[in-house]
Each structure stands twice: as structure tokens, then as C-alpha cells.
Design a protein around this ligand. Structure first.
Ligand SMILES: *Cc1c(COP(=O)(O)O)cnc(C)c1O
Length: 415
């Protein structure tokens, strides 16, 4: 890669955790590629983050909500049957047990608390499959903040149950009929809303993407996953894991899991992207495997694009990984070689999901099952090791897809 001449510097910076830099850069990645109208709002957010995020009183308030409302710390579950099958010692970090069923709530409640501190009168959020919309709606209800969720018109049709969940939680869901009428257009619309009233409105972004300071803010809020898991591994396994694995869409559960382990040189780290139906254009969402550097939603990072720089259509069996970009910190971790990134195909993912169900009595989200594919592959190449997998969410939401693709239509069922 173009940055390879700087690798020793980059690695040193990574191991000390002193990034992003003052301009929100992760090596060459990150930054703020936004229209001028957005700059004051981002400046205000950045100074709010600086002032409150690590202040004792804010942290106390956040920790109380994570404990009493989200249900943290989430369990670390040994997975002995998977372990026997893989020839490894397997541990699962159970974000599926967090309130609303996935890690997204850690970020949503954290940013909603910050918004209240900053005096916001309303929250706007984007959503694709609806998981971040539900988490935002729940956090806003909890704190008594009005919530508007922008959602592509196509996604609204595909994800009707989540739309109704958001409404039940008191949110206003606004259909986006511009652009690609999915997640990309929804983010654009939410940004537009925020710009029109940067004082009274707070934009609650759902992954470790977007302009500075969002990738940093989301990482800090999701790092509770890796901090807890690190402590739990030392207590329960008596040692750090040899491998930490997580699935990567925008990259928030992965960066939250990885960040507290980056300085542990003996711990190998593996991110698993959505390989979809294969390597062809538009057939996957594996940004680091098939993308090139570019700008999307205010950030310079790796990006799936065609020869003219047009952002590519994506595909994944899991709606939550179906995004053509990736958080800038992952692009740096990839470039530096500190984290290895692979992809898992839809078929491999369905197989791993079924294996986890049968072996451990846990139905993971299709997104999370990507991490299992990578972990299993690694276990087969590295026998007898300790493996920590981030189980980012529960799979109940995926039942319509699973009924179509996985559940056998046996003769007994037909009668
Ligand atoms: C949204 C989602 C993801 C992907 O988002 P990241 O920001 O990459 O973590 C992964 N797993 C689950 C369960 C999700 O809902």
C-alpha cells in the first residue's frame, strides 16, 4: 500500500493508542470532508466531546445507564461444543444480551446522554435495516428526547417490523425518497436536518464512520465491549485470548472490541467483512478486500467504488453489513497490518449460524455469524488456541431470511 514506508511509525502510534490526531486523522484516513455549512456543527460537537465524554460526572451517568438499563456488563460465555468442533477454546462476548438485542445500544445511549448535556432539544438519526433506529428511539424515550429517524423508502418496505418498533418507542420515522432510497440517502437527509438547526438538534450517527469526531466518539462508547471482555478473559480464562474476532460493517462493534486489545502485541485480531455472493462488482460489502481509498459521508477511508469513483451497490445476506464504506480507523489498522481482515460468503455465514445454534443454543445475528466463520477458519489453521468472538447481536430479527434460506421444509412440517 501507498503508506507502507511509514509502517513502523504507524505501528508505534497505534500501540500507544494516541490517535486520531488533532485533525481527526487515522494515518491518511478520516478527517472531515464536508460542506462548509456543516463545519460549525462538527466543531461544536468536537468541543462537547472533549469537554464531557471523559469527565467523571458524565462517565458516572453513562455507567449507571449501561448497568441499570442496558444490562451491562454482558456475559462472557464459554462455548465448549464449538471449541471441541474447532479444536480451540472458544469464548463468546454476548452483546446479543444487551437491551434491544445488539451492541448498537451502547452508542445510542451514550450519544443521547451527550446530546442532553449539550442542550439538544431533539435527536435525528439514520437507519438502514432499522437496528440503529430502534436503539436510538429507545435511548431517546429513556431520556425524554424527541427522536426523528430517517430511513430509505426501500428499507421501510423491507423492514416493516422495525419501523413499527420505532414508532411504538415514540420516534417519528421519515421515509427518504431521494438518492438510492436506502441507508446512504438516509445519512444525507439526517445531515441536512442537523445543518438546518445545529444548536437545537443532535445527530446521533450509528457506526464508527462519518466526519471527525464521530469515528472517535463511537469507538470510545463501544470500547466498553473490549474493556469488559479483556477483564473477563483474564478472570475466567486466566489469560488474554490468542485471537479476537468480530464482524465489520461500518465497524463499530469491531472497533469497540478491538481497541482495548490493539496494544497487546501477543493478541492477534481478525475483522470479518461480508463476502456476499463473491468477488464480483456489487456482489459483496467487503470494503477492505475489494475497495480503494475514497470519500463517503465526510470521511476519507476505503470505499467500494467503480472505475469512475462512483460508489458501488453492495450485497450481503445480513442487512447490517450492507454498507459500501468503513470507519477510517479500520483502514489504518488494515494498512498497518495490526489487524487482519477477511471476508465470509453468505453461504459460509448461514452454515456458521446453524452451527452456533445447534452447538451452543444461541441464535446469533447474521452479521455476528461472519465473525464465527473467520474464527473457525483461524482455529483450523492454529489448533489449541484461546479465541474470543464478539457476538454482536441476536438473530431473532433475521428469522424471515432464515426461514427462506435455512429452515428445511420437511414433510412433517408440511402437514
Ligand atoms: C448493525 C450491526 C452490525 C454492523 O455494524 P458495525 O457498526 O460494523 O458494528 C453488526 N452486528 C449487528 C448485530 C448489528 O446490528
Amino acid at each position: 500500500m501507498s503508506l507502507s514506508s511509514n509502517k513502523p511509525d504507524m505501528l508505534k502510534q497505534l500501540l500507544h493508542g494516541d490517535y486520531p490526531d488533532a485533525r481527526g486523522r487515522y494515518g491518511a484516513f478520516g478527517g472531515r470532508y464536508v460542506p462548509e455549512t456543516l463545519v460549525p456543527a462538527l466543531d461544536r460537537l468536537e468541543s462537547g466531546v472533549r469537554r464531557h465524554l471523559h469527565a467523571d460526572d458524565f462517565q458516572a451517568e453513562l455507567m449507571a445507564e449501561l448497568r441499570d438499563w442496558v444490562g451491562r456488563p454482558t456475559a462472557l460465555t464459554p462455548a465448549p461444543t464449538l471449541g471441541r468442533r474447532w479444536g480451540a477454546q472458544v469464548w463468546l462476548k454476548r452483546e446479543d444480551l444487551a437491551h434491544t438485542g445488539a451492541h448498537k445500544i451502547n452508542n445510542a445511549i451514550g450519544q443521547a446522554l451527550l446530546a442532553r448535556r449539550l442542550g439538544a432539544r431533539r435527536i435525528v438519526a439514520e437507519t438502514g435495516a432499522g437496528q440503529h433506529g430502534v436503539a436510538s428511539a429507545a435511548a431517546c424515550a429513556r431520556l425524554g428526547l424527541p427522536c426523528t429517524v430517517y430511513m430509505g423508502a426501500i428499507d421501510i418496505e423491507r423492514q416493516a417490523p422495525n419501523v413499527d418498533r420505532m414508532k411504538l418507542l415514540g420516534a417519528t420515522v421519515v421515509p427518504v425518497t431521494s438518492g438510492d432510497r436506502t441507508l446512504r440517502a438516509a445519512i444525507d437527509e439526517a445531515l441536512r436536518d442537523w445543518v438546518s438547526d445545529p444548536d437545537g438538534t443532535y445527530y446521533l450517527l450509528g457506526s464508527a464512520v462519518g466526519p471527525h469526531p464521530y469515528p472517535y466518539l463511537v469507538r470510545e462508547l463501544q470500547s466498553v465491549i473490549g474493556r469488559e471482555a479483556r477483564t473477563q478473559m483474564l478472570e475466567r480464562a486466566g489469560a488474554l485470548p490468542d485471537l479476537v474476532a468480530a464482524c465489520v460493517g461500518g465497524g463499530s462493534n469491531a472497533i469497540g472490541m478491538f481497541h482495548p486489545f490493539v496494544a497487546d502485541a501477543a493478541v492477534q485480531i481478525l475483522g470479518v467483512e461480508a463476502g456476499g455472493r463473491g468477488a464480483g462488482l456489487g456482489e459483496n460489502s467487503a470494503t477492505l478486500s475489494y475497495g480503494r481509498p475514497g470519500v463517503l459521508h465526510g470521511s476519507y477511508s476505503m470505499l467500494l467504488q467503480d472505475a469512475h469513483g462512483q460508489v458501488q451497490e453492495t450485497h450481503s445476506v445480513s442487512a447490517g453489513l450492507d454498507y459500501p464504506g468503513i470507519g477510517p480507523e479500520h483502514s489504518l489498522l488494515h494498512d498497518s497490518g495490526r489487524v487482519r481482515y477477511e471476508s465470509a460468503t453468505d453461504e459460509e455465514v448461514l452454515d456458521a449460524l446453524a452451527e452456533c445454534c445447534a452447538a451452543e443454543g444461541i441464535l446469533p445475528a447474521l452479521e455476528s455469524a461472519h465473525a464465527f466463520v473467520g474464527a473457525r477458519r483461524w482455529a483450523q489453521a492454529n489448533p489449541g488456541k484461546r479465541i474470543l468472538v464478539c457476538l454482536s447481536g441476536r438473530g431473532d430479527k433475521d428469522m424471515p431470511t432464515l426461514q427462506r434460506l435455512l429452515v428445511p421444509s420437511s414433510p412433517e412440517r408440511a402437514t
